[in-house]
Design a protein around this ligand. Structure first.
Ligand code: MN3
Length: 209
């Protein structure tokens, strides 16, 4: 991604009904059209008076956040993180519903977690353990080892030299309209709409031989 200020709302990579019934249209409309739009708008608002940073990409704004003037450091971290996380989240789901990890990624999951089933159980537990708002992530390190982590708010692991592969939004706005307070149930259905072909390709491009 080499986009920079002024950031624009990117359309979903599928139509609003395609993730139903696991994630319904109303949830996607609010999540994408309202919540993500707000992060985009607030990021632009924070950067507008600071032309020195208008050619910085989302990733630069997050990785080099400490370089920004103190008064916009936190708002940029929150809102650039909000844009980055949501774009990645929406791209982790999609048309290959019901898929499972294959190839290089499936092998790595077996090595690092034992099996896909054990991976799912651990990932779900991390997502449930996130107190309040935040995200659970599957990332790989520079040696291609896989790790599951959770981060609060709109924080990203980008400053730690790791590569995000998959993430799930456990802010209530991601599931409350459809699942109310049942985060565990949302997570069970969410696994069924993960596009493992896309995730596997990314891992293979970085780590395949
Ligand atoms: Mn969200």
């Amino acid at each position: 991604m080499d986009r920079h200020y002024p950031f624009e709302l990117q359309p979903l990579p599928y139509s609003y009904h395609e993730l139903s019934p696991e994630l319904d249209e109303l949830t996607l409309h609010f999540h994408h059209d309202k919540h993500l739009q707000t992060y985009v708008d607030n990021l632009n608002k924070a950067l507008e008076p600071y032309p020195n940073f208008h050619d910085w990409t989302l990733e630069e704004l997050l990785i080099k956040n400490e370089v920004l003037p103190e008064e916009i450091r936190q708002p940029v971290k929150n809102n650039a993180g909000g844009v980055y996380n949501h774009e990645l989240y929406f791209h982790c789901m999609g048309k290959n519903k019901g898929s499972k990890p294959e190839g290089t990624l499936a092998e790595a999951i077996n090595v690092d977690f034992g099996s896909y089933g054990e991976f799912k159980a651990k990932f779900k537990q991390e997502a449930l353990n996130q107190f309040g708002s935040g995200w659970a992530w599957l990332i790989h390190d520079v040696k291609c080892g896989l790790h599951i982590i959770r981060l609060p708010n709109q924080d990203t692991p980008l400053p730690y030299q790791v590569y995000p592969l998959l993430l799930v939004d456990v802010w209530e706005h991601a599931y409350y309209l459809q699942y109310q307070n049942r985060r565990a149930e949302y997570l069970d259905y969410w696994f069924q709409i993960v596009d493992w072909q896309k995730i596997g390709k990314k891992y293979h491009d970085h780590c395949g031989v």
